[in-house]
Design a protein around this ligand. Structure first.
Ligand SMILES: [Zn+2]
Length: 246
């Protein structure tokens, strides 16, 4: 086309000569665009740098609009804020996050890539281990979950994973109640996964009553801290937790 590789748009527009048709369509399209540009030139007006923005080309730059042009928009995850909340304990929420995505190495998943493994749940020893069984369909797990939240949830109590996920995403719930359930959920999932792994690695698990008291104490310590740092609606969260103990 007679345009050097490092040419500016100005050089290309001013120097290009119309030639016979090219074999490659793209070259014809480029030449048509350059010709159109040349016809629309206003030699009397000074050139200006423009930023491409969502609302068109502007002289001022906007990080907000540029970010929106660059990023890919995905559907918002309905439960993300219920898991990744500011006061969550990182080691708990990481395990919960994996569980939410069904990425924990539960035996049903392991058996899909390693045939012949024993799929039995090591906590109750009477059902195949799946994520929904471990949290909290299992007779062992459900007793920990029930111990922690039955007093708060009352008739709304459930040990079904999908129903529990709906509970922790219920924004209409009172703030301190929602926090207690979310935090207890994370503490329970983490503790059960840890106990399950202990047995898998031939370590001795904690007896259920000890585990219940230990996890409850962890929740209580967190709520004690939240009473000071939690802000509006959280002042009496610890009393609320004590009031809901069975
Ligand atoms: Zn079980």
């Amino acid at each position: 086309m007679g345009i050097r590789r490092g040419a500016t748009v100005e050089e290309a527009v001013m120097n290009v000569r119309r030639r016979r048709r090219h074999r490659a369509d793209i070259l014809n399209e480029i030449e048509a665009d350059i010709t159109e540009l040349k016809e629309n030139l206003c030699p009397s007006t000074e050139d200006r740098s423009m930023w491409r923005r969502g609302s068109g080309y502007k002289t001022s730059f906007s990080t907000n609009e540029t970010w929106r042009i660059l990023r890919v928009n995905y559907t918002q995850c309905s439960w993300s804020r219920s898991v990744w909340f500011p006061q969550a304990t990182p080691k708990f929420l990481f395990i919960v996050w994996l569980a939410m995505l069904n990425r924990l190495s539960t035996m049903d998943r392991i058996s899909s890539w390693s045939r012949g493994v024993d799929e039995t749940c090591v906590l109750c020893k009477c059902a195949p281990e799946t994520k929904n069984h471990l949290f909290f369909g299992c007779s062992f797990s459900s007793q920990l979950w029930e111990y922690l939240v039955k007093g708060i949830l009352g008739s709304a109590y459930t040990n079904d994973w999908n129903a529990v996920v709906l509970l922790i995403t219920d924004q209409s719930m009172e703030r301190k109640k929602l926090f207690c359930i979310r935090y207890a959920f994370q503490a329970a999932v983490h503790a059960l996964w840890r106990e399950r792994n202990k047995i898998k690695h031939d370590d001795k698990p904690l007896p259920l009553p000890v585990l219940q008291k230990l996890v409850e104490k962890g929740v209580r310590n967190k709520l004690s801290l939240m009473r000071i740092k939690g802000g509006k609606g959280m002042q009496r969260v610890l009393q609320y937790w004590f009031g809901a103990r069975l």
